[in-house]
Structures are given as C-alpha cells and as structure tokens.
Design a binder for this molecule. Structure first.
Ligand code: OMP
Length: 265
C-alpha cells in the first residue's frame, strides 16, 4: 500500500488522531532508564497500546536529533517498529534551496521511510519541489501554525488584501497537481479554519495544538463536521504520551486516545 492509500484507509476507518511521539528522555517514566535505548522502549509501549486506534504517528525530529546519534537510532528503530500499514509523519519542517532540500527529502522518505513530511514554504516552490517530486507521499505544508508567533508573519496582509497564510493556501492549490500536498493548520486558529474552508478543498489537514497549546477539540470537530471535512488528522503529543509516569503509561495513553476518538465519532 502506498503512503497516500495508508492515509485514506485510516480516514475511512474513522481514525483521525495522530499520536505525536515527541519523546523526551527527561520526561519518560524513570523505570525505562535501565534499558539500553529507553526512548525506543517508551515508544514501543506507546505504539503497542495505541496501534489499533491511532490514525497516524508523528515523530518530531527535534526530540531525536537533540540526542545525537543515539536519538537518530531510536527514531529509525521506532519507525521500523510501527510497520508498513500505518501512516508515519516525519515532522522536521524542512525547506532550503532545491539542491539541499533534495537531501532532506531523501533522508525523510528513503532513509527514514516516512509516509509524510512537514515542510516550510518560506523559501518558495523550488525549496518544496524535491519533496513534491515524491508523488506517493503526503507533504504537509505549514500554512497557519498554532503558536503565538504565527501573528508575526503569517497574518500580515499582502497587496492582494489577503493574509500571507491565505496566499500560501492558494499556492498549495496550484502546486497540488499530484495530490500529494497537505496543509498544517493550528487547532488554536479555529476562526481562521472556519473562514478558509473554501480554500482547503478537502486537502489532507494536519491539525496540531489541542491540549497543552489550548486548541479546543470539541469546537474543532463541530466545525469540520459542519463542513463535511473528512481528510484530517488531529495531533496530540504531550497530551497522550505523558498521561502517566508509572508502569501504566501505555494504558493511560490508550485511554486518552480512546477519549479523543470518542469526541470525534
Ligand atoms: P503538543 O502540543 O505536545 O500536542 O505537540 C504539538 C506537536 O505538533 C509538536 O511536535 C509541534 O512541533 C507540532 N506542531 C505544532 O505544535 N504547531 C504547528 O503549527 C505545527 C506543528 C507540526 O507541524 O506538527
């Protein structure tokens, strides 16, 4: 099954929650520190506990890169552990001159074998093109992010009277020839999601920012349902993986995921 098919199989199954494996060795339960690769042990237990109900897994590369070679090893092993039938997002928010972006794309898709990337459109089309040339993958392009700093540039008005993030949305619609673009929209930006439904065009949405960042899942789901928008993944990282710090953390993560799934159905 190719990566796009994996996404749509999960969506058809009503699996919309993306488990964010932002696994920080300083935050995982202490009893895991006795293992040679504690982060991998942690991820394995979260994955085993959530695999049947998760829509996707997202690995934010910062949490692995910060641990050097060991971190990259944990990342590679954890991706391998999830297996081929599940949708895996490499969240590294890449984007550089084309020649360099090609190397980033090779790393994410060929070395790590992820199904999807997150990419930053600031440097323009040629910086994204190496990712978009992987036509069977999904590339989630940052449009309007969940953080307070999204006001600094993304909400500046252009000469067309649009916000910069709306210009990006329009570009994505024109770049999406192979239907391998996705959109990152912060859950904290509910009003903007509502106001831009006609620009989203059922393109796969990755929506982070519920829980710790303050995005409200119930209102978000209401909005998506009202608009009959099905192609979405809602990410929760800290809210799922750090629900409990005892040996029962896997079950606690599962319970949280089921709770989120209940809000969606
Ligand atoms: P929690 O706040 O712990 O659920 O983590 C959110 C995750 O989503 C982190 O990995 C962030 O880097 C990522 N993220 C955002 O929080 N906001 C965005 O606008 C975009 C992303 C992302 O691209 O995933």
């Amino acid at each position: 099954m190719n990566s796009k098919d994996k996404f749509f199989v999960k969506i058809k199954d009503g699996k919309h929650i993306c488990v964010g494996l932002d696994s920080d060795i300083k935050k995982i339960p202490k009893f895991l520190l006795k293992y040679p690769d504690p982060v991998y042990e942690f991820n394995k237990i979260i994955i085993d506990s959530t695999l049947d109900t998760a829509g996707a897994y997202k690995f934010n590369f910062a949490f692995y890169e910060s641990n050097g070679i060991q971190g990259l090893t944990s990342l590679k092993k954890s991706i391998g552990y999830i297996g081929n039938n599940n949708f895996i997002i490499a969240d590294a928010k890449r984007g550089d001159i084309g020649n360099t972006s090609r190397m980033y794309a090779l790393s994410i898709f060929e070395f790590f074998k992820a199904d999807a990337s997150t990419i930053n459109p600031y440097m323009g089309f040629d910086s994204l093109e190496p990712f978009l040339s992987f036509t069977e993958k999904i590339n989630f392009i940052l449009v309007l992010t969940s953080n307070p700093g999204s006001n600094d540039f993304q909400k500046l008005k252009t000469n067309n009277g649009l916000f910069l993030y709306q210009e990006i949305l329009n570009k994505i619609n024109s770049w999406n020839k192979e239907k391998n673009c996705g959109i990152v929209f912060g859950a904290t930006q509910l009003e903007e999601i509502a106001n831009n439904m006609d620009r989203l065009n059922n393109i796969p949405l990755l929506i982070p920012g519920i829980g710790a960042q303050g995005g409200d899942l119930q209102s978000l789901i209401k909005l998506l349902k009202q608009n009959n928008y099905r192609n979405f993944l809602i990410n929760s990282s800290r809210g799922i993986i750090y629900k409990d710090s005892t040996e029962l953390f896997g079950e606690a993560a599962r319970e949280e995921l089921l709770k989120l799934n209940n809000v969606i159905t």
